[in-house]
Ligand binder design. Structure first.
Ligand SMILES: [Zn+2]
Length: 215
């Protein structure tokens, strides 16, 4: 079974990839020694889609043109060439990661801050009635380009954009079992999840003024 690289390992690999071929030859054996057989398997899978061939990396390097709507040092956002609706935007990190789970936390935070801003802009600019935000990991989840991207899709009443799934009936035991497994995993991962800042006691939380059209 393929096992994903940790964010640190993914970062190290990217640094190695930037080196001259001679330097890469020196660094790679040491790096590979630190990986589990599952991670080496994952690496082999990644190599079938090398960064050089990644269409989104080519958009970042401007080898391939795109209708860009936003760009900063880390993030790019451009129109999807096969939009679900006019105004369908893809938001990507400039660094190549295949899956969201491979990104360092601070880069995920930066990506989703951009998604928030772009969601509001798409909503306002298209006169939409709602916005869908979707992020897919793995071919089985519908990920076509193996470079992390977030779909921001303006939505209109009866626009026919599918919401993918048909709800299932699950027996109570199955709900309980999967609840236990996921909450257990989250506890294992807890040290890497930042705690939400605690609210000051006795201080009444002021609600932000709601704009007339809240996406
Ligand atoms: Zn890429």
């Amino acid at each position: 079974m393929a096992e994903q690289l940790t964010p640190e390992q993914a970062k190290e690999l990217q640094e190695i990839a930037k080196l001259a071929p001679e330097e890469q030859k020196k660094r790679l054996p040491g790096f590979l020694k630190k990986l589990s057989p599952g991670q080496i398997e994952a690496l082999k899978q990644m190599q079938t889609q090398p960064t050089q061939q990644c269409i989104f990396c080519k958009i970042v390097s401007k080898e391939v043109p795109a209708k860009t709507v936003y760009e900063d040092n880390d993030i790019m956002a451009f129109l999807d060439i096969k939009p679900a609706n006019p105004g369908h935007v893809l938001v990507i990190p400039k660094e190549h990661y295949q899956f969201l789970s491979q990104m360092p936390d601070n880069e995920v935070a930066g990506l989703f801050k951009a998604v928030k801003k772009i969601t509001s802009a798409v909503f306002e600019a298209t006169g939409a009635e709602g916005v869908s935000v979707r992020q897919r990991n793995g071919a089985v989840a519908g990920q076509v380009v193996p470079h992390v991207h977030v779909h921001v899709i303006p939505r209109f009443k009866d626009d026919g954009v599918s919401e993918d799934w048909a709800p299932r009936e699950l027996p109570e035991e199955q709900f309980n079992e999967i609840q236990k497994r996921i909450s257990g995993k989250i506890k294992e991962l807890a040290p890497t999840i930042e705690e939400a800042p605690k609210e000051e006691k006795g201080k009444k939380k002021k609600l932000p003024k709601v704009p007339p059209r809240l996406p």
